[in-house]
Design a binder for this molecule. Structure first.
Ligand code: ATP
Ligand code: MG
Length: 482
């Protein structure tokens, strides 16, 4: 015989208790009666009733409060309140506290049966809904887990097979993963690499330099060169909670194109120089061959100005070509302070014309360095020339040079228009002119490319710090030891 469902009665002994007991038994339920609070708690816990009827007063306690406490622990247990008298206030509180029914005298057997069944039907619906929700949530969790497992597999396959090299490492630079391209690039075969230190496994000077630079944060451009001529661009990206990733792309073909372009420019510049010199020579001769009228003289001078302009451009291009090809090997012991003073003197007339205040502060303890004095002068001329050229009349240009940690620091600061942040990394490229360069200020965009090549060939660093509208500071660091 199937086990009967249990209904628990928490009512003080009274005729109504007998009536309920009889009615419910007749309705096919098993009935248990709790006499006091501890008996009630025990029965709810152990016998697991399907419903409970509690009196408004039960064993000297407030039935509603006892019911509320029980509902906190057994939220799905249907509880009916039996009130001594019907009051709307009590009925409302019962509903508010989550009880499922309400009975009051005079009571007929049918009233009890109806209220119990109504509460049980509601409880069953609630139970069904709960089970359904739990099933739905768990199945969507399982589904999600399956999807993310599949996604992970896909992602792994993509990373393993893409052309870019990928290294993932932990925060102590121990390898977590390398893809096939990295193995090909560094010739690592099928060696087990996981857990090994990156520096031990891959002995490449540029990669090591990159890992040292990486303490500054993410890196977008870092060239990695190989003895066989291959060149890669590498990025360093910190990954929160994992460590970091290094990605690399082969840019050898771009480098080759760049070299061909530079060779071409160099050859053309070289071939242009002789005819330009001869054109300039002849324009000067024309003046000596006989008297010229005023117009002829003026046109001739304009012609000479333009030829000088092209000649300067051609010379800049030739200089760059030589610097980039690594031909600048002349080194002698030079005093940077005296070169800087010559350079500053040269700008005297320009400074006066624009009424610019040019101040300088040259440290007394500068030690001589091994350098090419002509190139150093060219570098200073370009930086100071730019500062004066881009600073409006009445502005201020200050040039400082001092020693710091065995390095010489040169700072050229101006009160010009500044350089937009997104363009600051481009101004050192050939022919690049900032979009905010003032109208009428001429230039070909080669000066800073020459500066960078010169500083690079002296193992130094150059960069710009600039505040739009407030001015720019170009900073050069030159090591005192080669
Ligand atoms: P060139 O020096 O070849 O005659 P240029 O001065 O235009 O021409 P760069 O010296 O290479 O070329 O400078 C590149 C660009 O950087 C300039 O066109 C200008 O827009 C910007 N720039 C350089 N120096 C300054 C500065 N001190 N203040 C503001 N902008 C500057
Ligand atoms: Mg310039």
């Amino acid at each position: 015989m199937a086990k009967k469902e249990l209904i628990l009665l928490a009512l003080n002994p009274a005729p109504i208790l007998d009536l309920m007991e009889r009615t419910l038994r007749a309705g096919g339920y098993e009935v248990a009666v709790a006499n006091d609070r501890s008996g009630l708690d025990k029965s709810v816990q152990e016998a697991i009733p399907i419903l409970m009827i509690i009196g408004e007063k039960f064993a000297d306690q407030d039935g509603l409060s006892v019911a509320s406490e029980l509902l906190l622990r057994f939220p799905t247990l249907p509880i009916i309140l039996y009130a001594d008298h019907d009051t709307t206030g009590l009925a409302k509180s019962a509903l508010k506290r989550g009880l499922s029914g309400y009975l009051y005298p005079p009571l007929k057997m049918q009233d009890i049966v109806d209220e119990v069944q109504k509460s049980l039907v509601r409880a069953r619906h609630l139970g069904d809904w709960l089970r359904h929700e739990v099933r739905r949530t768990t199945s969507s969790l399982v589904e999600q887990a399956e999807i993310s497992e599949a996604e992970r597999g896909k992602l792994e396959a993509i990373i393993a097979n893409i052309q870019d090299g990928v290294i993932v490492m932990d925060d102590r630079q121990k390898i977590l993963f390398v893809n096939r391209s990295i193995r090909d690039i560094f010739g690592l075969d099928g060696r087990e690499l996981a857990g090994k230190s990156l520096a031990d496994v891959i002995q490449n000077v540029d990669l090591k330099a990159m890992m040292i630079r990486s303490s500054e944060g993410p890196l977008k451009y870092h060239e990695i060169n190989f003895d066989d001529g291959r060149v890669f661009n590498a990025q360093y990206t910190p990954i929160p909670k994992i460590g970091a990733a290094v990605t690399m792309q082969d840019i050898s073909y771009l480098k080759e194109l760049d070299r061909l372009k530079s060779d071409f420019i160099h050859t053309v510049s070289h071939d242009l120089r002789s005819p330009l010199t001869s054109i300039l020579g002849y324009t000067e001769l024309i003046e000596r061959t006989g008297p010229l009228n005023q117009n002829q003289t003026e046109f001739l001078h304009r012609l000479q100005g333009s030829i000088q302009h092209i000649t300067a451009l051609v010379n800049d291009l030739l200089d760059l070509g030589r610097l980039e090809a690594g031909f600048d090997t002349r080194r002698e012991v030079v005093q940077l302070a005296s070169i800087l003073k010559y350079s500053l003197d040269m700008f005297d007339s320009q400074v006066r014309k624009k009424n610019i205040k040019l101040v300088n502060d040259i440290g007394p303890d500068l030690i001589p360095i091994r350098a090419n004095p002509i190139r150093i002068r060219q570098m200073m001329d370009n930086l100071i020339g730019n500062a004066i050229k881009y600073t409006p009349d009445e502005g201020l240009v200050s040039v400082n040079m001092f020693m710091q940690d065995n390095q010489i620091i040169l700072k050229v600061q101006d009160t010009g228009p500044g350089i937009p942040p997104e363009e600051q990394s481009h101004v050192f490229e050939k022919f690049y002119r900032a979009t905010n360069a003032p109208d009428g200020v001429e230039g070909s965009g080669l000066g800073l490319a020459i500066v960078k090549s010169i500083v690079d060939s002296h193992q130094g660093r150059v960069w710009v710090e600039s505040n739009m509208g407030h001015g720019s500071t170009f900073i050069v660091i030159l090591p005192t030891q080669e």
